[in-house]
Design a protein around this ligand. Sequence first.
Ligand code: ADP
Length: 952
Amino acid sequence: MADPRSTPAMQQYARFKAKHPDCVLLFRMGDFYEMFDEDAVRVSKAIGLTLTQRSAGVPMAGMPFHQLDTYLRKLIAAGFRVAVCDQIEDASQAKGLVARAVTRVITPGTIVDEQLLESGQSGAGAARIGAVAFLGTGEDAPAALAVADASTGEMVLVDVAPGALMDELARRSVTELLYAHTDGPAVPPRIARAIEGLRIAGTSRPQWHFRPQEAPETLRKHYGVATLAGFGLRDDDAALIAAAVLVRYLADTQTALDDPDNVSGKADHTLTRPTLRHLAPPRRETRGTRCEIDAVSLRALEIERTVRAALGSSGSVGGADGSLLGVFLSAGPGKGTPRTAMGRRLLRDWLCQPSADLAEIRTRHDGVATLVSDRRVAREIGEALDLVQDVARLSARVALARATPRDIVALGVSIGRLPALIDSLANAPGLSGVRMGLESCRAELEPLGEIVRRTCVEHPPAHLREGGLFREGVDAELDEARLLQRDAGAWLSDYQTKLIAEHNLPHLKVGFNKVFGYYIELPAAQARSAPATLIRKQTLRNAERFTTPELREFEGKVMTAEARALERERVLFQAMCDRLSRACPAMNRFAESVARLDTLLALADRASAKGWNRPELTQDGTLRIVQGRHPVLEELRGSDFVPNDLDLGREASDNPADRARLALITGPNMAGKSTFIRQVALITVLAHVGSFVPAESATVGLTDRIFTRIGADDALHAGQSTFMVEMTETANILHHATPRSLVILDEIGRGTSTLDGLSLAWSIAEFLAGQGEHAGPRTLFATHYHELTELEDMLPGRVRNLHVAVREWSRADAAHPEIIFLHRILPGRTDQSYGVHVARLAGIPPRVVERAREVLASLSVSHGLGGSSGASDGASSAGNQTPASDASSPSGKRGKKVQVPPRGSDASQIPLFTEFVPHPAMNLLREVKLETLSPMQAFDMLRKLKDEAERA
Ligand code: ADP
């Protein structure tokens, strides 16, 4: 039997597969895309396709060609890279083997088709591709990163601080990362950590792509410029390496129609060559211009999606509901949702990467303020934006030769909104920047939009192959082809009339039959007097049939009219796309201005709908919020939400508490501590985004980074102990927080034994409070260790105590008082945790709750806090309690054994918990002044210490 792989088609397949070994190759055969061998087996298993055999021993699976998009979506979601190999000539015309070419390679980071991009995304999502170049070999080497959105053409370059790669990738929505191939492990550990941590794809590229010498030249060539200085880039900028790797990859996957069969002539005939004209010049981002939110905090603060959604989804797609972004996206137009996809994406980017550039933030606030104060202008702008489509992606598809007729028409309509947009901005003084941006592309785009609207129908077909995009009267050749199609009959009767009149042959007829085609028929009697111009074609019994060159031409035209009309439309369409794609830079500017305007409008709509106010941004370390609300919870709880104040870092205040930069927040579980500290973080984020904030007023000192340590997403760190995760994240904060940072800590030290935890929490709080000249970061420290509240007295002007108020309420019919959570943050401390009470609310059986009360009472006694203060049955109200006694302070202590009271015994009599008594030897040691100690005195001291130790 012949080798099933030796057929020409299978050999052609093998050649393409060899060129794309890392991709699933979809090979077009007639009306199907087929996969073979290993591809067929893996894919059929992964997405449930039927596995068949092409012939014995050649596994095959396939899909109808018109369902390609559906399957591509499934393949990408299942983590495959896909190369689509199309037939690039009409199979019926092909002599021998049909010419084929790989027309696109689709990877997780380079999706440009709308159907694929929209899957599961909230309309604000993006799939971005990143390339990283490390500047050194060590694990901690700094790196340069280039990130591009293939679907819009934007590209940014950033430096990555050691260890910060994952954070950069997370806030930029990178879904695929390119890195240099190494001879070592398949995926270098520093890359593996990032791609596994974020569940994104990693793609290795040949090492020579990363050569620094060639990078500037690659980019100059790509952008067709003599120097990169015009883009504000220096040739020795290491980020150019990453940019060059990206450009090369995009060119390879998006524009390189590979052509192993050397059929470029044919390829040119049916395919438009894709270009990367939409790729904007790289924008260099300098460090310090963003308020950085690391990946952990991005998740914990639920800025882009809720923790639950992040856990349930794969990759970067996930539900936005309940997140800060979700509050905007679900509000509806006019209430906070941007009207265009571009605005939704920019809002997402602003929220994940707030600005730290005071001038930029103020410009955004000015824009929002204008739109909040003049709602009429806001409405006009909203209406003008309503018809603007996703120009960024449309123009990218035009450049990549993937545009459909509807894309072109959408572009025309969108461009058509330019004048209305510019007019609506005439009375908006805070938006002059946007106006100038729109003006700058008007001259180039308006005529193009005009052409599209004049030449294309309003409701075009979905595919060019259906025909009918161009209007009548646009192109004579197209009109003629269509005319022929439509009324061949009319032409024939006109022609007949003309011939009868010309030759005076009243019985002449023009007719058609399937076998002979078009003919001119004369009765036999008249045939003899037929003029010489009629060419004899067929003789019947009593009639003669003729043709003419004109009729033949007509016949040829009619027969192919449909094909010709389609072909003509294709040529016109290609010319139109080419013209539009040359205007990509102007369309990028248009898209950028619209996105900005739309986002500012959404922020203004939100502020207006919810009564948010403009925050004041300052250069000092203030963080002062009056009547602040949680932007997400206020949505869910409405007027039930209790607003709260915060006053930190007010240098000029006489009250040391106001000058403090660290607030310790104590209060029972469920009182609202987490909510409060997150609310402060989110208000800080919004202020830096350029948004108004949910507060009566807010003064926010410019913030360089926001750090959080909140326990909610421990499950994301599979395989690590909770406590280890907690400490790793805290270590990161202690190393990197600056006086300009905001640190949010929730229940530090909970993952270990109480004493360990308390000691760690204590020392971490002390460290963050700053020392001497060094101010610490602004810190909100929610804790159930009420011992920490002593720090306010020990570090005046550095630490202030806040607590969440609770009201106790004794009901006659209840054994224990109820507590009511007031959710109100007040100055001062609390030393009750009410945990037992909450446990009862949660349904812990009464016997267990009772026993817990006993144990708690005994614990409090031994803890030196006095009989009833720790137990919730006490009559004291929470807040402003006396400080815990010295004995509970962790410094200079000596432990005694823990004794556990037997069940049923009188627990309050027996110490249950480690009891501390200060040791005199320790006090002696603390007082020693080593600098002035002579050897003799030192010996004396040693003896004294030993005596003390033996006495104890
Ligand atoms: P804690 O961190 O102190 O245990 P949480 O912040 O988790 O408490 O809040 C507990 C509950 O109280 C949440 O369900 C939240 O909805 C509600 N809550 C918190 N703060 C407020 C507030 N300011 N107004 C109204 N409800 C609140």
